[in-house]
Design a protein around this ligand. Structure first.
Ligand SMILES: NC(=O)c1ccc[n+]([C@@H]2O[C@H](COP(=O)([O-])OP(=O)(O)OC[C@H]3O[C@@H](n4cnc5c(N)ncnc54)[C@H](OP(=O)(O)O)[C@@H]3O)[C@@H](O)[C@H]2O)c1
Length: 284
């Protein structure tokens, strides 16, 4: 942004037109009521819902910026690793064992994607490329080629009943907090598997452990946690049916992010509209 003055924010900093932030403190917004644009360095804006933002400022989320391909890669890997039992082969090989396992029918492993936005839609289509049956669920009705789409609270149970491998990609809002719990996860097809790549507060941790230990669920791949880093001693670290990664499924990529935010600041300054403006009422 040649011509722009760019400064690191500190308490008492001069007033700015736009702020580019990750986990900002309330003090920043209290001191900068004139802000026109607040650009989050990520897609999820749940951390902002608890803050008081300048009423005139647009809150803008990162819109893909190279995240959807990473998310598609991560989820396809987790699905394939589970269905093809690559985790089991890894354990066998580590013990010098040449194991044989009967091939599984992919028709028996329908994948359900909760949230069909920028990331979820791409994930659903990527999984479909491997011929897994794919179902999806969102707030408003969608039409995505190759994906059987469900919408709204009324169709949530039907979506869960049609799903064996559940991928969580809804934003964290008051409506979706704790949405992955004993009751909802029990509605998956028997031998269900959870992939949570959205936010830790979507999942009731103790409910997942209970369902895994009872054998109702077959396993889980978790990239996000209520407290990050995942605290030492948390049962997820060592549970034999859980795979943990350190919030790495879709990283903010520097170059794409800079290009996107710079382009949006220029567009806003020209008085144009930009995509990715958060609806604060809706919470995403
Ligand atoms: N683990 C990571 O590294 C990582 C990285 C990036 C993002 N994330 C998470 O991924 C989330 C999704 O990102 P995105 O860019 O795909 O968001 P998005 O484009 O805003 O899409 C959100 C989707 O969720 C649906 N949804 C929202 N509330 C719902 C509800 N109450 N019931 C049913 N569906 C609901 C929306 O429905 P409509 O289409 O009807 O609006 C939309 O399809 C982010 O909020 C963030 O938490 C994680």
């Amino acid at each position: 942004l040649p011509g722009a003055e760019v400064e690191e924010w500190r308490p008492g900093a001069a007033p700015a037109d736009h702020a580019v932030v990750w986990s900002p403190p309330q003090q920043l917004f209290d001191e900068q009521p004139q802000l026109k644009g607040i650009f989050n360095l990520g897609a999820g804006v749940d951390a902002f819902l608890k803050l008081r933002l300048p009423p005139g400022a647009r809150l803008v989320r990162l819109d893909d910026a190279g995240m959807s391909v990473q998310m598609a890669e991560y989820v396809c890997h987790a699905v394939i690793r589970h269905v093809r039992e690559l985790d089991v082969y890894e354990r066998d090989v580590a013990q010098g064992k040449w194991g044989f396992r009967k091939p599984r029918e992919r028709a028996d492993y329908p994948v359900g994607v909760m949230g069909l936005g920028v990331l979820g839609a791409r994930v659903a289509q990527a999984v479909g490329q491997f011929d897994y049956p794919v179902v999806g669920w969102s707030r408003s009705a969608k039409e995505i080629r190759g994906v059987r789409c469900f919408a709204g609270d009324d169709q949530f149970d039907a979506f869960l009943a049609a799903t064996r491998i559940l991928v969580c990609l809804v934003p964290l809002t008051p409506q979706t907090e704790n949405i992955l719990n004993r009751e909802t996860l029990s509605k998956l097809r028997p031998g269900g598997y959870l992939i949570n790549v959205a936010r830790g507060a979507h999942l009731v941790d103790a409910d997942l452990i209970a369902l895994l230990d009872s054998g109702q669920l077959a396993g889980a791949t978790l990239d996000v946690f209520r407290i990050e880093p995942l605290p030492a001693g948390h049962p997820f670290w060592t549970h034999p049916k859980i795979t943990v990664t350190p919030h790495t499924s879709a990283r903010t990529l520097r170059d794409e992010t800079i290009a996107q935010i710079a382009g949006k600041i220029q567009a806003l300054e020209r008085g144009e509209s930009v995509v990715g403006v958060v609806d604060r009422e809706r919470g995403y």
